[in-house]
Write a protein that binds this ligand. Structure first.
Ligand code: HEC
Length: 444
């Protein structure tokens, strides 16, 4: 059992006399029973329950109450739920968006300011049920996966620091197919310690060297699987390997021979949906600062940029920034030389290397990029003592693989269109936006 959880229990006991008096009239303030319990069920318990990666369980008033001040802090700073994506900048329509609404944040803040009252027991919602550990979440909709790839067995220690395990395995794919959906599943035993797990395909180039082909999947605890948007084909390449990057965070349990699995669902050929008929989607790494050649001075800051253009129109389906400990923010913009217009698509200005999210744009809101336009990726680094995650501001920091080196790239899923596809998607959106304007009397 983790230390924090024991502390949580003891503080709950110490507070027991105070709890008895907590159900007083609330003068219009939010209460745990009525409002806050629902926010915590919807947004926190998936991780904050026994056996999951959250350091303490938040499933009852007794468990939540001792943490109220810290909950107020982490929620108002938008650090919990962990999801680094700016509000009010760029595209806000995202799938599986974990951000709390401003209204929910205000409710939590007001509740703690009011002394974290319990309220009336009749207002409490029924306890929430969670999906069974060790089962594919997409199975309810899609059945069992068509193909499963597992990481090489590895022993997860009971205690210690963060650990990374990066094996390469044969993908076992003999025929190139279009991926319909993909999901990553940690083992039942290491469910609480598998913090995140990423996997990518490697293929052999003409010289026989193994090179990156594209991302297969990305997992952070609490995430569902990912589906390829309609009309796009993300390929699982034949004769490939899969390279894993698994981040374990020991949780007190020793797990022998742990394996993480990734399940793939394919599009059927009879759907008449294959490589030949659909637009190709790929999920690739886009670098900043070619060759990663930069140095951040001790107690200094730095900004780097990367530029990528396309000779055909594309649709951007998702964006996943990646930085290490000195990295504090990244943005993605698009510059159209034909119009001179520059626009921010997405920004994460509260970067935390402990979490890696792929921000998937909602269908119909994925940025459409005309041929010749340029994607501009910008990263900011802070090697001063002001950066709370900086392990040592006295060091020069260069680009590299170690956690203490810096890294800067984005994983971006791109659907490669042609002129016809671009016109069609643009027209659909124009029609939709006109309808919205009409139905709101032009108030938008
Ligand atoms: C995806 C999983 C996940 C979700 C969802 C999540 N948490 Fe957490 N939480 C964690 C992990 C892991 C930690 C420990 C690492 C850290 O502090 O970032 C943590 C830490 C915390 C802490 C700090 C505990 C300490 O000892 O410093 C608080 C408070 C907290 N969470 C509250 C919440 C609240 C409230 C919500 C919902 C509004 C929430 N969390 C949602 C995983 C999660």
């Amino acid at each position: 059992m983790k230390k924090t959880r024991i502390i949580g229990l003891f503080s709950a006991m110490a507070l027991a006399p105070a709890l008895a008096g907590a159900a007083e009239p609330t003068d219009g303030h939010p209460t745990y029973a009525k409002e806050v319990s629902r926010i915590i069920q919807d947004n926190c318990q998936i991780c904050h329950q026994p056996g999951q990666i959250g350091p303490m369980s938040l499933t009852s008033y007794e468990e939540v109450r001792p943490w109220a001040p810290l909950i107020q802090l982490r929620v108002s700073q938008r650090e919990m739920p962990p999801y680094q994506y700016d509000n009010h900048v760029g595209v806000q329509e995202l799938k599986d968006d974990w951000r709390l609404s401003d209204a929910d944040i205000k409710t939590v803040v007001d509740w703690v300011d009011a002394g974290s009252p319990l309220g009336n027991l009749e207002d409490l919602p029924p306890a929430r049920e969670y999906p069974a550990v060790g089962e594919w979440r997409l199975a309810a909709e899609l059945g069992q996966p068509d193909h499963i790839i597992k990481s090489t067995p590895w022993d997860v220690p009971a205690n210690g620091q963060d650990l990374w395990w990066e094996p390469e395995v044969d993908a076992g794919i003999s025929e190139t197919r279009c991926i319909k959906a993909v999901e990553t599943l940690p083992s039942t035993a290491a469910h609480g310690s598998t913090h995140h797990a990423n996997s990518q395909f490697l293929v052999q180039d003409e010289k026989g060297e193994w090179v990156t082909y594209g991302r297969l999947s990305e997992f952070a605890y609490g995430k569902l699987g990912e589906k390829t948007p309609e009309g796009a084909c993300r390929t699982a390449p034949a004769n490939s390997k899969v390279e894993w990057s698994i981040h374990y965070f020991p949780d007190g349990n020793f797990v022998k021979d742990d394996q993480v699995s990734v399940g793939i669902w394919y599009y059927d050929e009879e759907d008449n949906f294959d490589e030949k008929t659909a637009y190709r989607q790929d999920l690739r790494l886009y670098n900043l600062e070619s060759g990663g050649d930069y140095l951040i001075p001790p107690h200094g800051t730095l900004m780097t940029q990367g530029f990528h253009s396309f000779d055909h129109p594309v649709r951007i389906d998702s964006w996943q920034p990646h930085l290490h400990l000195r990295g504090v923010a990244m943005s993605m913009e698009v510059f159209n030389p034909a119009t001179g217009k520059r626009e921010t698509l997405s920004q994460a200005s509260n970067w935390n290397a402990g979490w890696n999210h792929s921000h998937t744009y909602e269908d119909g809101f994925q940025p459409l990029i005309p041929a010749g336009s340029m994607i501009i990726l910008t990263s900011w680094y802070d090697n001063t003592a002001n950066n709370p995650r900086n392990p040592d501001p006295d060091q020069w920091v260069g680009a590299g693989q170690r956690t203490t080196d810096e890294m800067s790239h984005a994983w971006i899923a791109v659907t490669h269109l042609d002129d016809e596809g671009y016109q069609k998607l643009s027209a659909e959106r124009e029609a939709r936006d006109q309808q919205t304007v009409a139905s709101t009397g032009g108030a938008q």
